[in-house]
Ligand binder design. Structure first.
Ligand code: C2O
Ligand code: CU
Ligand code: CU
Length: 500
């Protein structure tokens, strides 16, 4: 895409925020965070409403919400809250959803991790204008799991997700219910992001042409369900916490401040075969982690933080940039006090407010994972991810909405190899399929425990070559593969493939 389009998009952001300030857009929502005794500096965790996907209307609008105590900020909402409602359904149900666009710009919704037909997949070329409606109708023939949905218009995905247009889409089934995992108030869904609040604590989507466009926007503070470093009251018991990485560019290394291990029970495409105990795990944009967190035996008043632990940034400096970006490209140069990739951050504080006597029970077997179908592979395709001069490309090509880059026969099992030639990490996502990670060569050189099971997004560090195996048997039609770093996907690192 060209620079002119980018500038137009940038101007649109400024315009939307200005319109909000002058009150031209709908008045602030009535939504307020309820105050609770255990609230930390950040205020209580916002819990979005849970809705069924049956006959559901979702309205996208510019509004305002309380994103920190006493701070009302302009946001882009699906509904009213700072993150979208949680959609919850049972496997086998149908989603019949109407998207109404009340934003002053085009939008469309994509159901990330679900495999609807092309017409319901939210391809950017299906974006609708102000005042228009889009009807989705698709079957939810998926495993129980933590999926999500977000806006997906060409060149405006980053701004819209950053400003609030993302939510969880949870699917349950009988197999999962039989496990007796923590549920009800003991099940939480959290959308992780980072943003750069201004002095008043308000957010906007303000990216600089230089560093933000290359590494992606890195924030100065974490937002969980749209609220700055919130807290939530818990019993001294085990909780199920479904975590979504939805930041523009940040990778989270999830761990607990009291150094208890976390128990991973599911990844992008649902439950693992067996739980895995981990001191910490990494989560990039688009990835999900289904966790059991154990607060049992902790005294009332104990505070435990979910944190992003410090790690060495994968950013490789100027080396592979192809020149041209000049000096101001160091880590964390994005402005607004941005924390560099890999900086430690507090995310969410759990406050034990009620003592219960229950022995936490973790099922030893969760589900069945078939072996990776290496023998069924009929073709290998290799994709090079490059970044240079504020352009992000796949196999040297800039995204073109109408061009079909790969054609895959319906029903084929293929090996797709993602090679990162850029100095930045790329979380690579495929629509229409779930895949298994078969190998990682170079860079970190291993497949991590949190990359087991069915995936739809995989983090590829600079210098890595990651191969995944997928079966293209959902529907015939046009789908996409792209980097899920939001600035990268908006600026060219995206391609179409057709299943035919
Ligand atoms: Cu979550 Cu095409 O994206
Ligand atoms: Cu997707
Ligand atoms: Cu990328």
């Amino acid at each position: 895409m060209d620079r002119r389009n980018f500038l137009r998009a940038a101007a649109l952001v400024g315009g939307a925020v200005a319109a909000n300030k002058t009150g031209l857009l709908p008045s602030p929502s009535s939504w307020r965070i309820a105050q609770s005794p255990g609230s930390a500096a950040g205020g209580p965790l916002y819990i979005p409403p849970t809705v069924s996907p049956k006959a559901l209307t979702l309205t996208a609008r510019a509004t305002a919400a309380e994103i920190a105590p006493g701070v009302s900020s302009p946001i882009f909402a699906i509904g009213n809250g700072p993150v979208a409602p949680t959609i919850r359904a049972r496997a086998g149900e149908r989603a019949t959803i109407v998207l109404r666009n009340e934003l002053a710009e085009p939008t469309i919704l994509h159901w990330h991790g679900l495999r609807p037909p092309e017409a319901s997949d939210g391809h950017p070329r299906l974006a609708i204008g102000t005042g228009a409606e889009y009807r989705y109708d698709f079957a939810l023939n998926e495993r129980a799991g933590t999926y999500w949905y977000h806006s997906h218009p060409h060149m405006r995905t980053a701004a819209q997700i950053h400003l609030g247009m993302a939510g969880l889409f949870i699917i349950t089934d009988a197999e999962e219910e039989a496990l007796g995992l923590p549920s009800g108030a003991r099940e939480l869904g959290i959308v992780l992001q980072d943003k750069r609040p201004d002095e008043q604590g308000r957010i906007s989507y303000n990216v600089t042409m230089g560093h933000d466009m290359m590494e992606g926007l890195l924030g100065s503070a974490a937002y969980v369900n749209g609220v700055r470093t919130p807290s939530v009251n818990v019993d001294s018991a085990m909780y199920r916490v479904r975590v979504l990485g939805a930041a523009n560019a940040r990778i989270f290394r999830l761990g607990l401040s009291n150094e208890r291990p976390i128990t991973l029970i599911g990844t992008d495409g649902g439950l693992l075969d067996a739980p895995i105990q981990l001191p910490h795990m990494d989560l990039s944009t688009g990835e999900r982690a289904d966790l059991l967190l154990d607060f049992s035996g902790l005294a009332v008043g104990t505070r435990v933080k979910l944190q992003s632990l410090a790690f060495v940034s994968p950013y490789r400096g100027m080396g592979g940039m192809g020149g041209g970006m000049g000096g101001g490209m160091g880590r964390g140069m994005g402005g607004g006090g941005a924390l560099p990739q890999g900086a430690a951050m507090d995310l969410l504080e759990f406050v034990v407010t009620r003592s219960v006597r229950e022995t936490p029970r973790v099922p030893s077997k969760l589900s069945t994972l078939p072996a990776i179908e290496t023998a069924a592979v009929s073709k290998e395709r290799v994709f090079h991810f490059r970044s240079a001069m504020m352009q992000h490309s796949i196999n040297g090509k800039d995204f073109d909405m109408e061009r079909i880059d790969e054609r895959v026969p319906f029903g084929a099992t293929e090996r797709w190899v993602f090679v990162n030639d850029a100095p930045f990490p790329h979380p690579v996502h495929m629509h229409a399929v779930h895949f298994r990670i078969a190998s990682r060569e170079g860079g970190r050189n291993e497949i991590f425990p949190w990359e087991r099971g069915w995936k739809d997004t995989v983090l590829v560090y600079p210098g890595e070559r990651v191969s995944v195996i997928a079966k293209f048997d959902s529907y015939r039609g046009r789908f996409m593969m792209h980097c899920h770093n939001l600035e990268h996907e908006d600026h060219g690192m995206m391609m179409n493939f057709a299943i035919e």
